[in-house]
Every structure is written in structure tokens, then in C-alpha cells.
Design a protein around this ligand. Structure first.
Ligand code: 1GP
Length: 237
């Protein structure tokens, strides 16, 4: 069974999903075992791997090590085409549809396509929407695009719906890693109610209540990066 159909199935059953985002640049290969044990103690359903400016070449090795100790699906969340590893299970094939930088709308995807064709990775087309979060995040800096106004709910919805009409299989509302403010709950609710495909939400969620609020507003999958990175006991309450 492929990963996307599992996400669809979970959505149908109203079963909420949780991804822990690991940034390969910030991980010490020698301590992966401890990290994995913490992930096991958490409610995570997926591991996402990636970052806006990953410079490391330990990606393959890191994924192999995780796989030795952990059955959770590993999904690449790449900042650019160099962050592809056939050791993972799937890749979010992102198009930054909130921005107007052709590199992140289509150029990187053109570069990545022939590489992906040679792998067995499940490619999941994802409309990636960056929302203003009170501080300049790495996505904004690296992509040189402006996030959507956090008060402009109609524009966020229109963007998500355009992504869905273009054939995206997921919509990802992103405040950016380490965002001061997470995606507004009203925006999550409006988008969730008006698209059919699963909705991912991440960026700046720093406590369990924040995760629950996103779920209650209609997010199907929440991504936690920084909070778990800073405190591997984040989920143990
Ligand atoms: C970033 O949405 C993810 O792409 C996670 O963000 O690091 O703020 O949890 P945080």
C-alpha cells in the first residue's frame, strides 16, 4: 500500500497524523539511536527529512540508520533537488505556489524529475503555501519569495484551491521553521473546509495544544520540527 493512500485513508477515518521533521544538518549520526527512541515514544506517524539549506551529504547514511531502528515511513521534504535520496520511501514534490519565483515553482522540479525517475520513491505532488509569520523564515530567505499575508484568508484559500485544481495531492500551509506565529487557525479551517485533498500544517507550533488546535481546525497532518529538535522529550507529558 502506498503512502498517499494511507494518508487519504487516515483522513477518511478522521485519524490525525503527525510528522517529526529532522534537519540532517543538525543531526549527529552517532546519536541517531537515542533520537529514534524518542521518536518511538512520541505519537509520530511519519518522519520528514529536509530543510531549506541542507548542506550535508550524510542524507543516505542518516536514512539507512533510521530505517534500521524504525518502521515509520520516511518522507523527503527537500529544499532543492540535491536533497534526494532513494533510501527514503517518498518525497513531497513541492511547488511553492504562494511565491512567484519560477525556480521554486517549476525549475527545481524540472531538474529533479529525471533523478526521481531513476528511484523508487513515491512522488507526492504538494502545493506548498508560505504564510507570513511575524519573522523572516528560512523558506522566505532561500526562495526569495514573499509569504502570503496572514490576514488574507481569501488569498490563502484561492491559492490552495488553485493547487488542488492543478493536480496537487496535498496542500501544505507553512509558517516556516521557527516561525514566531503559526498558521492562523481560521485560515486552516477555511482551507480545510474548502479543499478535498489532505491538508498539512507546520511551522512555529511549539506546544501540544498548538498541535491539537491545528487538528481541531481541520489539519490532517501536523509537522513539528524545532520544538522536538530543542527538546526530544517534547511529546512526553
Ligand atoms: C518547517 O513546518 C516545518 O518546514 C516545521 O516548523 O520547525 O517551526 O516546527 P518548526
Amino acid at each position: 500500500e502506498n503512502l498517499y493512500s494511507q494518508i487519504i485513508q487516515a483522513k477518511r477515518n478522521n485519524q490525525k497524523l503527525l510528522a517529526i521533521l529532522l534537519d540532517p544538518d543538525k543531526i549527529d549520526l552517532n546519536t541517531v539511536a537515542i533520537l529514534i527512541s524518542k521518536i518511538h515514544q512520541s505519537p509520530a506517524s511519519h518522519i520528514f527529512i529536509g530543510g531549506s539549506h541542507v548542506t550535508t551529504n550524510i542524507l543516505d547514511e542518516l536514512i539507512v540508520k533510521i530505517k534500521q531502528n524504525c518502521d515509520l515511513p520516511i518522507v523527503l521534504f527537500p529544499g532543492n533537488p540535491s536533497q534526494i535520496s532513494d533510501k527514503a520511501d517518498a518525497i513531497l514534490f513541492l511547488s511553492l505556489i504562494s511565491g512567484r519565483n519560477p525556480d521554486f515553482l517549476i525549475e527545481h522540479q524540472v531538474k529533479a524529475a529525471p533523478i526521481l525517475k531513476k528511484t523508487k520513491l513515491e512522488v507526492i505532488s504538494t502545493g506548498y503555501i508560505l504564510i507570513e509569520s511575524g519573522n523572516e523564515t528560512a523558506v522566505e530567505r532561500v526562495s526569495k519569495t514573499k509569504p502570503l499575508d496572514r490576514n488574507n484568508l481569501d488569498l490563502a484559500l484561492a491559492t490552495a484551491q488553485a493547487g488542488e485544481m492543478l493536480g496537487n495531492k496535498l496542500i501544505y500551509l507553512e509558517a516556516g521553521s521557527g516561525a514566531k506565529q503559526a498558521v492562523p487557525l481560521e485560515m486552516i479551517a477555511l482551507v480545510a473546509q474548502n479543499i478535498e485533498i489532505p491538508l498539512l500544517v507546520g511551522g512555529g507550533i511549539v506546544d501540544l495544544q498548538g498541535i491539537q488546535n491545528a487538528y481541531d481546525s481541520g489539519a490532517d497532518l501536523v509537522i513539528i520540527g524545532t520544538a522536538f529538535e530543542n527538546n526530544n522529550n517534547f511529546f512526553n507529558v
